[in-house]
Write a protein that binds this ligand. Structure first.
Ligand SMILES: N[C@@H](CCC(=O)N[C@@H](CS)C(=O)NCC(=O)O)C(=O)O
Length: 220
């Protein structure tokens, strides 16, 4: 049994990125599901742990940490070995570029994707023009600026930035969103899907999402 508790809901992309990283870093997590659709994040015990009532939340001994990207770097810094250096290189500039990307995903790509998703899924309506433009701008930029010469963001191997971005893009598959018009993103997702670090998490994601989506009919 692991000493590290991981409170998560697999449908949340922010939780899946941590699961990918834990897989690569070989960190065993004691996984505890917080079912957001049942409002379990508001349970007294969980709120005591994370007053922001958000997943993912990691509890490593007496240390509690929220925010997926902080959890990614914490797990790397605490449990990464020299063979994992490529995930978050010590080189100042390479590391800074990865951090730039983590902030970019957090502030631009994820809000564009999840805003679009939420309108259709939770709002049960077609996306607004603004939501569509925001999504298409984010995807266009990603496609044009990255993935020109490599399947992952910074080369042939993934970094923490890829773990962060991949589940956000894969979220669009819940809506059967066709991103084939974005060749760079398609190449990225193909490389991600071939990676063994997503296998278990994606299976759990698909099974959970399928159960939740059984009665869902997108209006767009
Ligand atoms: N910036 C946070 C976002 C976490 C987040 O928004 N989690 C959502 C699920 S995707 C959540 O737990 N929502 C429950 C709530 O706000 O009550 C991260 O990267 O961890």
């Amino acid at each position: 049994m692991s000493n590290i508790d991981f409170y998560y809901f697999v449908v949340s992309p922010y939780c899946r990125s941590v699961l990918y990283a834990a897989e690569v870093l070989d960190v065993k997590l004691n996984k505890k599901v917080i079912n957001l659709l049942k409002g379990e994040q508001k349970n007294e015990e969980f709120v005591k742990l994370n007053p922001h009532h958000k997943v993912p939340t990691l509890v490593d001994g007496d240390f509690v940490l929220g925010e997926s990207r902080s959890i990614l770097t914490y797990l790397f810094n605490k449990y990464g070995k020299s063979k994992h250096e490529y995930l978050y290189p010590k080189d100042l500039k390479k590391r800074a570029k990865i951090e730039q990307f983590l902030y970019y995903t957090a502030t631009t790509v994820a809000p564009a994707v999840l805003g679009y998703f939420a309108g259709i899924f939770f709002g049960k309506r077609k996306p607004t023009e603004e939501e569509t433009t925001k999504l298409e701008t984010a995807l266009n930029d990603l496609d044009k600026i990255y993935f020109q010469n490599s399947p992952f963001i910074f080369g042939d191997k993934p970094t923490l930035a890829d773990f962060d971005l991949a589940p956000v893009i894969l979220h669009l598959e819940l809506l059967k969103y066709d991103y084939s018009k974005y060749p760079g993103i398609s190449k990225f997702i193909a490389a991600v899907k071939k990676s063994d670090w997503i296998t278990d998490t994606e299976l759990e994601f698909k099974q959970t999402a399928e159960a939740l989506m059984k009665d869902f009919k997108p209006s767009a």
